[in-house]
Ligand binder design. Structure first.
Ligand SMILES: CC(C)(COP(=O)(O)OP(=O)(O)OC[C@H]1O[C@@H](n2cnc3c(N)ncnc32)[C@H](O)[C@@H]1OP(=O)(O)O)[C@@H](O)C(=O)NCCC(=O)NCCS
Length: 413
C-alpha cells in the first residue's frame, strides 16, 4: 500500500474505463451483433411457427402473383419493361453517331433530352391509363425505367466527357457495334448507376458465395411471412392514428431492414458475382450515422455516387452554393420518390415528396443540437417513426379512395 511503482513487480491494476462506457473508445461489438442475429432468428422462428399454426401459410403464391398481374394472360408491366429496350437502342445509336462525328454535339444532346424525357413520361402515362396494371406491377416497371433513366444519363455524360478528352475516338476505333451493344447491356444489368469505360472485374465467379446470397434472398422472403402489420383505418382520430402508427412502426422497420439486407447485400452481390462486377461497395456503415447527412452519404451508395458525379458536383462547378446544390439533389430525389409511389397508386398526395424534403431541416436540426449517441438515436428514430408516417398516410388515403366500399378488401385489411 502506497509503495512506489518501481517496487511493484506485476501491475494488475491501472487507470482505465469500463468497456461499455463510451470514454473507453472500445468499438468491437461483433459478438453483440451475433447475439442480436441469434435473438432475431429465435424470436422470428417462434413468431413464424405461431403464425403458421394460427393462420396457415400467409404467403399464398396465387396472391403474390395477383399483386403483379390482374389477368394471368395479360402481362402489361412485363411488356412495359421489354419496350424499355427501345430507349437503350436510341442511346446506343446516338452515341455511335456522335463518336463517328455524323451528328453534332447539339443534335446529340437534343436526342438525349428527348429520349430521357420519354423514358420518364411514357411508363407514367401507360401506368395511369392502363387499368390492367396493378400497383405492384406499376411500381416494378417504373423502378426499372427510373434506373434506366439514371444509367442512360450517366452514359451520356461519361461519353461526352471522354469525347471532350478525345479518348472516345480511340474507343470507337477498337469497338465494333456488337462490342458496344454487349458492353451497354453489361452496364444495364450491372449493379451500378455510373457508367465507366472499364468496369472493375473480379477474376472468377465463386459458386459458394453465389449460393449463399441466393439462400439469403429466399430465406429473407420467407421472413415476410412472420411480419403482418395491421391496417384498420376507419374512423381516424388522432389518438387512434398515433396508436396505429406506433403499432406499425416496428413491423415496418423490420420489413425495411430485411429489404435493405436482401436488396443491397444479397441480391446486388448476387448479380455482381454473376457478372464478375468488382466494385461491391453498395452501402457503408449507415447504422453508425450520428447525423442525417452521414446517413444519406452511406446508405444507398449507387444513388449517392450518381448524385455526386452527375448532379451535385456539376452544380458546384457551375458556381451554385453548397446549400442550393444539396437542396436541388434532395428535390430531385423527392420527385423520384413521389413518382415511384404516386403513379402506381394513381394517387397524388406528396407525402413521399415532403418526407424527402423534410430531410434538409432535419439534417440541420440533428447536426446543430445533437452529438454522438444522441445523434445516432435521432437517426434511428427518424427511420423507425418517419417511414411509417408516410406509409400510414398512403395506406389511409388509398383505403379511403379505393377500398372503403369494397367488403373483400376491408376484410383483408
Ligand atoms: C446531396 C449529397 C450528394 C451531398 O453529398 P455530401 O457527401 O454531403 O457532399 P459534400 O459537400 O460533403 O461533398 C461531396 C464531394 O463534393 C466535393 N466538393 C465539395 N465542394 C465542392 C466544390 N465547390 N467544387 C467541387 N467539388 C466539391 C467534395 O470534395 C466531395 O468530393 P469526394 O466525394 O471526392 O470526397 C448527398 O447528401 C446525397 O447523395 N443526397 C441524396 C441521397 C438520396 O436521395 N438518396 C436516395 C436514396 S433512396
Amino acid at each position: 500500500f502506497g509503495q512506489p511503482c518501481s517496487i511493484q513487480k506485476n501491475l494488475y491494476l491501472q487507470l482505465q474505463e469500463s468497456m461499455l462506457s463510451s470514454a473507453s473508445g472500445f468499438k468491437n461489438y461483433r459478438g453483440i451483433l451475433n447475439w442480436c442475429v441469434v435473438m432475431l432468428v429465435l424470436s422470428n422462428a417462434r413468431l413464424f411457427l405461431e403464425n403458421l399454426l394460427r393462420y396457415g401459410i400467409l404467403v399464398d403464391p396465387i396472391q403474390v402473383v395477383s399483386l403483379f398481374l390482374k389477368d394471368p394472360y395479360s402481362w402489361p408491366a412485363a411488356c412495359l419493361v421489354i419496350v424499355s429496350n427501345v430507349f437503350i437502342f436510341v442511346a446506343l445509336y446516338t452515341e455511335r453517331k456522335l463518336a463517328m462525328g455524323s451528328i453534332s454535339e447539339k443534335v446529340g444532346l437534343l436526342i438525349y433530352i428527348f429520349n430521357l424525357t420519354v423514358i420518364l413520361c411514357f411508363p407514367m402515362v401507360v401506368v395511369l391509363k392502363l387499368p390492367s396494371i396493378t400497383p405492384v406491377g406499376g411500381a416494378f416497371a417504373l423502378g426499372v425505367y427510373t434506373i434506366l433513366f439514371l444509367k442512360l444519363y450517366s452514359y451520356k455524360d461519361v461519353n461526352r466527357w471522354c469525347r471532350e478528352r478525345t479518348q472516345v475516338k480511340a474507343l470507337s476505333n477498337t469497338m465494333t457495334s456488337d462490342d458496344r451493344r454487349t458492353y451497354m447491356y453489361y452496364f444495364v444489368f450491372a449493379p451500378t448507376l455510373c457508367y465507366e469505360l472499364n468496369f472493375p472485374r473480379s477474376e472468377s465467379i465463386r459458386m459458394g458465395f453465389l449460393l449463399r446470397r441466393l439462400f439469403e434472398m429466399v430465406g429473407n422472403c420467407t421472413l415476410f411471412n412472420s411480419v403482418k402489420p395491421v391496417f384498420i383505418l376507419q374512423e381516424m382520430d388522432y389518438s387512434r392514428m398515433t396508436e396505429r402508427l406506433l403499432r406499425l412502426a416496428v413491423p415496418n422497420h423490420l420489413i425495411w431492414l430485411i429489404f435493405f439486407y436482401c436488396f443491397f447485400h444479397s441480391s446486388m452481390n448476387f448479380v455482381a458475382e454473376l457478372l464478375r462486377f468488382g466494385d461491391r461497395e453498395f452501402y457503408r456503415d449507415w447504422w453508425n450515422s450520428e447525423t442525417i447527412t452521414y446517413f444519406w452519404q452511406n446508405w444507398n451508395i449507387p444513388v449517392h455516387k450518381w448524385c455526386l458525379r452527375h448532379f451535385y458536383k456539376p452544380l458546384l462547378r457551375r458556381g451554385a452554393g453548397k446549400l442550393l446544390s444539396q437542396s436541388a439533389v434532395f428535390f430531385a430525389s423527392a420527385f423520384f420518390h413521389e413518382y415511384l409511389v404516386s403513379v402506381p397508386l394513381r394517387m397524388f398526395r406528396l407525402w413521399a415528396f415532403m418526407g424527402m424534403m423534410a430531410q434538409l431541416p432535419l439534417a440541420w436540426f440533428v447536426a446543430r443540437f445533437l452529438r454522438g449517441n444522441y445523434g445516432n438515436a435521432a437517426v434511428w428514430l427518424s427511420l423507425i417513426i418517419g417511414q411509417p408516417i408516410a406509409v400510414l398516410m398512403y395506406v389511409h388515403d388509398y383505403y379511403v379512395t379505393h377500398c372503403q366500399d369494397d367488403p373483400t378488401i376491408t376484410e383483408a385489411l
